[in-house]
Design a protein around this ligand. Structure first.
Ligand SMILES: O=C(O)[C@H](O)[C@@H](O)[C@H](O)[C@H](O)COP(=O)(O)O
Length: 250
């Protein structure tokens, strides 16, 4: 079942990143206290990258990060260690400080490693199986894309779980992405978005208006859908929100 959006408004991008890091820490500690092995889907993008730096600086705290499964929502299909990859810098930043266990890291395949794009998508789909993310983090582009599901692109509606994306409007053209079905089976979906250049897309994502809603408008968790945003990013949102959505200023 889709859940109404909770929009949590922070002063600026740094505050959003801080809030994301502390919300994730609390959530993972809580899941582990209940005996669960948390399944988390990470995203690229500026806010998430800042949040990862905060997590690394804070260290493991109450979370046993060696027993957290880390997945990725999308990846640019370029060679391993290419600066364009979403996962590699994140893994490098977090592995030591959080004492990650490689057995729980589910990085999407890189190009040039023996798999073509379709084989790489199929391999990640096998690895993912029926996994349900406890938390799925989503950055969002100014066009309303999430993961590598771009508005107006035929792959945005693809069935299955992991897809090969070709002719991406944002470079590089070849990418891997989980599908909307995988995002929408997540327990919690957390958007992390900042900046005035995202204001229009935030409004479209939260209001979900029009006959052809942007991908962000179709992404929702089964237990919670949370938008961690800054003031600039909500400039186009009306005060009163439809569909039970709630706005909280912090
Ligand atoms: O694969 C990519 O090209 C990026 O990961 C991209 O999808 C990003 O997550 C969003 O564009 C939001 O990025 P920002 O928060 O930095 O704007």
């Amino acid at each position: 079942m889709p859940t109404p959006a909770e929009i949590v408004v922070h002063a600026d991008a740094d505050a959003v990143a801080e809030a994301l890091a502390s919300r994730l820490t609390r959530t993972l500690a809580d899941l582990q206290a209940r005996g669960r092995t948390p399944q988390v889907c990470l995203t690229g993008g500026g806010i998430a990258t800042k949040a990862y730096a905060r997590l690394a600086a804070d260290g493991p705290g109450d979370v046993d990060w060696s027993r957290v499964d880390l997945w990725w929502g999308d990846e640019r299909f370029v060679p391993a260690a290419d600066a364009d990859r979403n996962a590699d810098a994140t893994v490098e930043a977090l592995r030591g400080p959080l004492r990650l266990d490689d057995a729980h890291l589910h990085v999407m395949p890189a190009s040039g490693a023996g798999l073509d794009l379709d084989e790489a998508a199929a391999a990640y789909a096998r690895e993912l199986g029926e996994t349900v993310f406890d938390v799925c983090l989503l950055g969002m582009g100014p066009d309303g894309h999430v993961a590598s599901l771009f508005p107006g692109h035929p792959d945005a509606d693809a069935p299955g779980t992991v897809i090969a994306v070709r002719s991406s409007p944002k470079p590089p053209p070849e990418r891997l992405s989980v599908t909307m079905d995988v995002i929408n089976r997540s327990r919690q979906v957390w958007f992390c978005v900042s900046g005035a250049e995202k204001a229009e897309a935030v409004a479209k994502g939260v209001l979900g208006t029009g006959p052809d809603p942007v991908p962000a408008a179709r992404a929702t968790g089964t237990e919670a859908t949370v938008w961690l945003v800054d003031e600039a990013a909500v400039a186009d949102l009306p005060e009163t929100l439809p569909g039970g959505a709630e706005r909280v200023e912090v």
